[in-house]
Design a protein around this ligand. Structure first.
Ligand code: CMP
Length: 142
């Protein structure tokens, strides 16, 4: 099915000048970037975005890291976009990620792992709505 997913190049990815490298991988895989914006998340925004993780031991660190510098957020569209993006990213922990994935190739640690991607179609819809209005999306018409 044609799906949309929310992707973030995290502060470490922007800091290391990896935006183009990550976008190249999305485009090479046939995913289309149909919306994008750069922003520096406040602590409150990071807490809101990751609210599902608020009871986790790593939550405080995660919020500090995600608000430590600018991120670039994009909506990816394509066949099976949610799973496709997760394949491109690899496992959360770069040590466990398959070779050739974004995290195996580019990430420093389980926390500083360069990218975020929605884990289901349902969460993708919520995460897209967190950052974008319907009018911000530019699906290809030709
Ligand atoms: P992400 O896919 O954005 O979802 C939650 C984030 O928390 C994860 O990527 C990591 O950046 C961060 N994180 C830090 N420690 C852990 C951990 N032990 N397990 C899962 N995620 C972690």
């Amino acid at each position: 099915p044609l799906e949309r997913t929310l992707s973030i190049v995290k502060p470490d990815g922007v800091q290391k000048n990896l935006i183009g490298e990550v976008y190249r991988r999305f485009e090479q895989a046939g995913l289309r970037i149909i919306a994008a914006r750069m922003l520096h998340l406040t602590q409150r925004q990071a807490e809101g975005f990751y609210a599902v993780h608020r009871e986790r031991p790593f939550f405080k660190d995660l919020v500090a890291y995600m608000s430590s510098g600018p991120v670039i957020v994009q909506v990816l569209e394509g066949e099976n976009a949610v799973a496709r993006n997760r394949e491109l990213m690899g496992a959360t922990d770069p040590k466990k990620a398959d070779k050739g994935t974004i995290r195996a190739d580019l990430a420093a640690s389980i926390e500083e792992n360069v990218v975020h991607g929605s884990d289901s179609v349902e969460n993708a819809a919520n995460e897209i709505a967190f950052f974008f209005a319907a009018a911000d999306l530019c699906p290809r018409t030709r």
